[in-house]
Design a protein around this ligand. Structure first.
Ligand code: HEM
Length: 403
C-alpha cells in the first residue's frame, strides 16, 4: 500500500478498513488528514485518549475545525438541543450516568434472558419451516428492536417508522454523509422528538414496571431527569440500542461461517463471554469515535513529539486499536479462545464506556449461539452484502440455507 491515508471517501477503505489501519499504525500512528483531523490507530493512544480528562466528547461545543455549510447549520441546531449523555462531559455526564446506570446493571439485563430466548426461538422456528433465513431482517434487527421496545414499554404501532428514523439518523453519523442525508436526518429528528416527548408525558401520568417509568422516577441526590434529557436518552437508546447490536449479530455470524474451525469451537463450547469479546474485537460494529482536546496534548511517535491543539477533532480508531499487534497476537486471526480478548475497545473506554454492553453481549450470545446450535449445517447462499458505511460497520444482507 502506498502513502497511508485515512480516507472514508475511498470505497476500498470503507469495504476493507483493516489493511488501511495497519498501514497507518505502522507508518503514521498520529496521522493528520487533509481536513485537519488527527487519526489515532495505536491501542495505547486510543486507550489513553478515551480515558483522559483533557478531552471532551462535545464536538458541537469545542470543535474549531472548518466544516461544510450544512454541517455547520447542524452544529448550530445541536448546540440548542438538549444533549444526550454521550455528548456530555462531567459534571453533567456524571450526574446522568449515575441515574441511568441503575437501570443497566448486568443482573437487570440477565433477567431479560428468557424473553430474548423466546424471541429468538420464535424467529428460528419460522425459519426452520422455510428452510432459510435472511439473517439481518429476520433475526439481527427485530430481536434487539423488540427487546429495547419491551424494556421501555414502547408502543409498537410505529415500529416501522422508528426503524426508518433510526437508520436515517445513523447514516448521518458517517463522515461521508451527504447534504441530502444530513437533511433527511434532521427531518427524522423533527418527527422523532415530538413522538417520544408525547410518550414520556403520557408515561408520567401512567407509571408502570418498565425502564422508562424507572428513569422518570429515578432520583440522584434529589435530582431528576427532565423531559428533554429523557427524550435525548431515548433517541440514543434507539440508535445505540439496535443499530449497533444488529451489526454485532450479523458480523459475528458471518465471521464464524467464514471460519469453520471457530464455528466448530462454538458447537463444542457454546458462545461464551470470551468468544463474544473476540467477535467484538475481530470486526466490531463501531469503528471509531471522536474527542476534542481541551488543552494542548502530546503524542510520541517514531522519535517525534506531536502536539495537538485544543479544538482539533481527534478520531480514535477502535477498529485499528483492536487489531494492534502490540496487544493482540496475530490480530487478524479469529481465535475465540484468545486469552486477552476482553481488552478490546469495541465498547470504547473511560467514562463513556458503552452502557448497553451487557445487553448487547447477552442478545448476541442468545441469537448467534442458538442459531449455531439449532442449525449446525447452515450455509451461506449467494454473496453477503455490507452496508457501505465506516463508522457503524455491518453486514447488510446474509441469506442462509438451514437444512
Ligand atoms: C454491539 C453493540 C454495541 C456497541 C458496539 C456499542 C458501542 C458503543 C461505544 C463505542 C460507545 C462509546 C462511544 C464514545 O465513547 O464516544 C457506546 C456508548 C453508549 N452505548 Fe453502546 N454499543 C452497543 C450496544 C448498545 C446497547 C444495546 C445500548 C443500550 C440499549 C447502548 C447504549 C449506549 C449508551 C447509552 C452509550 C453512552 C454512554 C455514555 O456516554 O456514558 N449501546 N456504545
Amino acid at each position: 500500500m502506498s502513502k497511508p491515508e485515512f480516507n472514508p471517501f475511498n470505497p476500498e477503505f470503507r469495504a476493507h478498513p483493516y489493511p488501511f489501519y495497519d498501514s497507518l499504525r505502522t507508518h503514521e500512528p498520529v496521522h493528520t488528514t487533509e481536513f485537519g483531523m488527527v487519526v489515532l490507530t495505536r491501542y495505547d493512544d486510543v486507550s489513553t485518549t478515551l480515558k483522559s480528562a483533557d478531552f471532551s466528547r462535545d464536538i458541537e461545543k469545542y470543535s474549531t475545525q472548518a466544516t461544510s455549510e450544512s454541517r455547520q447549520r447542524r452544529r448550530e441546531m445541536d448546540r440548542k438541543r438538549t444533549k444526550s449523555i454521550l455528548n456530555l462531559d462531567p459534571p453533567d455526564h456524571t450526574r446522568l450516568r449515575r441515574i441511568v446506570s441503575k437501570s443497566f446493571t448486568p443482573s437487570a439485563m440477565e433477567k431479560l434472558r428468557g424473553r430474548i430466548e423466546q424471541l429468538v426461538n420464535t424467529v428460528l422456528d419460522a425459519a426452520q419451516e422455510r428452510g432459510s433465513i435472511e439473517l439481518i431482517d429476520d433475526l439481527a434487527f427485530p430481536v434487539p428492536f423488540q427487546v429495547i421496545s419491551d424494556l421501555l414499554a414502547m408502543p409498537t404501532e410505529r415500529a416501522e417508522e422508528m426503524r426508518e428514523w433510526s437508520q436515517i439518523i445513523t447514516n448521518s453519523l458517517e463522515p461521508t454523509a451527504t447534504d441530502e442525508e444530513l437533511a433527511q436526518s434532521d427531518a427524522a429528528i423533527e418527527q422523532l422528538v415530538p413522538y417520544l416527548t408525547s410518550i414520556i408525558e403520557d408515561r408520567r401520568k401512567n407509571l408502570g414496571d418498565d425502564m422508562l417509568s424507572s428513569l422518570i422516577t429515578a432520583e440522584e441526590a434529589g435530582d431528576k431527569m427532565t423531559t428533554d434529557e429523557l427524550m435525548a436518552f431515548l433517541v440514543l437508546l434507539y440508535i445505540a440500542g439496535h443499530e449497533t447490536t444488529v451489526n454485532l449479530i450479523g458480523n459475528s455470524t458471518l465471521a464464524l461461517l467464514r471460519h469453520p474451525d471457530q464455528a466448530a469451537f462454538v458447537h463444542q463450547h457454546g458462545l461464551n463471554s470470551q468468544a463474544i469479546d473476540e467477535l467484538l474485537r475481530y470486526d466490531g460494529p463501531v469503528q471509531h469515535t471522536v474527542r476534542i482536546p481541551l488543552k494542548p496534548v502530546q503524542y510520541e511517535a517514531q522519535g517525534n513529539t506531536f502536539t495537538i491543539e485544543p479544538g482539533t477533532v481527534v478520531l480514535t480508531s477502535l477498529g485499528a486499536a483492536n487489531h494492534d499487534p502490540a496487544v493482540f497476537d496475530a490480530p487478524h486471526e479469529l481465535r475465540l479462545d484468545r486469552p486477552n480478548s476482553h481488552r478490546h475497545m469495541a465498547f470504547a473506554s473511560g467514562i463513556h464506556y458503552c452502557l448497553g454492553s451487557a445487553l448487547a453481549k447477552l442478545e448476541t450470545e442468545v441469537a448467534v449461539g442458538t442459531l449455531f446450535k439449532r442449525f449446525p449445517n447452515m450455509e451461506i447462499v449467494g454473496t453477503p452484502s455490507w452496508r457501505d458505511r465506516l463508522t457503524i460497520r455491518g453486514v447488510n444482507q446474509l441469506q442462509l440455507s438451514l437444512s
